[in-house]
Structures are given as structure tokens and as C-alpha cells.
Design a protein around this ligand. Sequence first.
Ligand code: CTP
Ligand code: CA
Length: 222
Amino acid sequence: VRLRAKTGQLRGKKVVITAGGTREALDPVRYLTNKSSGKMGYALAQAAAENGAEVTLITTTDRPTNYGVTKIFVASTQDMYEAVMAAFPTADIFIGAAAVSDFKPATLAQDKIKKQGDGGVTLHLVQNPDILKTVGHQKAPHQLVVGFAAETNEVIAYGQDKLKKKQADMLIANDVSSPSIGFSSDDNVITILTPDQPAETLPQADKLTLAREIMQRISTLK
Ligand code: CTP
Ligand code: CA
């Protein structure tokens, strides 16, 4: 069933969301990635669609969606960056929920990398573009930019710093210090940071519940 809410606070709004962990190819058979499941981005897509938004999900993982969500599949950070840059100009809201790989191999080997004797190997990595920072710095006054930050310590201080540096309107700081929350788990503890309001920590809950809380706060900022 593909449903679209006909009413809701985000009716008529275009929402672009990123989800999942990006994959950086080393050679034709190997890549570097992270533990992201994409669940939070999918939950946000559902919550936005429930609120009447037109949702584009730029994602590295394929999961079921009940609502009319347009999925664009990408692998690397560069792919995700290009898809976001293409979708952002007509978006009202951007939410960067993907776990973007900060680094990628400096070169992509055309053939499978072979062992050389008994020695190890040193990988040379270069930095990827920062998607959230790019959209934060190029957003128009009517556009709202929301980011995430997974931290293991100093969650609020590091989150505030990212909110400012990336010029986001909202940053969801996520405590990943405990294995029972964050990344592939179904539950999260999040703190919502905005430039003008005090930090708000929500009680531990499943990702869909949190996504609905986040969308409700986003719709009050729009
Ligand atoms: N992000 C991004 N592009 C990158 C790196 C991060 O868009 N190249 C986005 C993530 O999707 C997230 C936010 O920036 O919404 C914060 O990501 P995080 O990894 O916590 O912050 P970094 O700026 O990468 O800082 P660091 O990993 O060094 O703590
Ligand atoms: Ca990072």
C-alpha cells in the first residue's frame, strides 16, 4: 500500500532525507563503511510522509516504506553529495541522517589489491565533501537544514559546535556510548539542539517515535 497523508503540518512541503552508511570503494571487491542501518532516516521519511510531506530519501540501504517515499540509491559519499545537490534547490527541508564516511581511499584500484609478501598495507585516505555543511552554507532563507551527530562523549558540547559550524537550524545529538542505543538498535536517546532554544533531551524511545517527535518540532520551525 502506498499512502500519502492528505493533511498534516508538512502538507505540500518537499523534504529531502539522507539515510544509511556510505560505502567507499577500495578496489572492485572491497569497500570501507560503518555500522549505520539506515533505520533513523527511514523512520524520518515515514514521519514526514505521515505529516503530508513529499519525501525524497537518498539512501545506501533498501528497507520497506509504507508511504509514498521516492528512494534514490547511492553508495559513496560523493554519489550522495551529488544526489543531495541535485535535490536540494527545490527542497523546503533537508535532513542529513546518513552516517557519511569522512574519508575515502585516495585512489580506486582498477584491479583487486594483491598481498605483497608477508607485509601489511597502508591505506591513504582523503577527506570527503561535507554534505550537511555545504547545504547549511548555501541554504535560502525559506529552507530548513537539520543534521545529526553521533557522539560517545561530550554529546551536547560537540553537537552545539557542529550546529554552528555547519550552519544547521537543528542538530539531533545522539548518544552512541551504550550498545543498547544508537546505530543498528531500535531505540535511541537524542538531544535536540537549535540555535535559539535550550537543549531538549527526549526519553529513550524507538526510532519511529523519535522521528515523529523530531518532525513535530521541525514543523513548528517552518
Ligand atoms: N555529514 C555530512 N558529510 C560529511 C560528514 C558528516 O553531511 N562528510 C553530516 C552527517 O550526515 C551528520 C552531521 O554531518 O548529519 C554530523 O556528522 P558527524 O560525523 O557527527 O560530524 P563530522 O562533522 O563528520 O565530525 P566528526 O566525525 O569528526 O566528529
Ligand atoms: Ca563524521
